[in-house]
Design a protein around this ligand. Structure first.
Ligand SMILES: [Zn+2]
Length: 89
């Protein structure tokens, strides 16, 4: 067990035709952050595990490459840099 997981809450779920298993509940709630600039992404909603069972994935994040992981500014910069690398090679 990781030290960070020591005080995380646990819920008990029973998958179909399997035994009851403990799931760790993430402490994260609210909006997501960009992986590069750490700005808040308004389209991404991090939900608790117990709430995320019913919600479809398309409602919690945008359906585009790196959607919900990078903000639009960083995604555009990364795409330009990667295409320039391809031209040089
Ligand atoms: Zn960003």
């Amino acid at each position: 067990m990781k030290p960070s997981e020591r005080f995380t809450k646990k819920t008990w779920r029973k998958p179909p035709k399997k035994a009851v298993k403990g799931h760790k509940m993430p402490n994260k709630t609210g909006m997501g952050k960009c992986a590069i600039c750490k700005q808040q992404i308004t389209s991404r909603k991090i939900k608790l595990l117990k709430n995320s069972y019913n919600a479809p994935k398309s409602t919690s994040k945008t359906n585009k490459p790196y959607g919900g992981y990078l903000c639009t500014k960083c995604l555009r910069l990364q795409a330009i840099q990667e295409t320039r690398k391809l031209e040089q090679a």
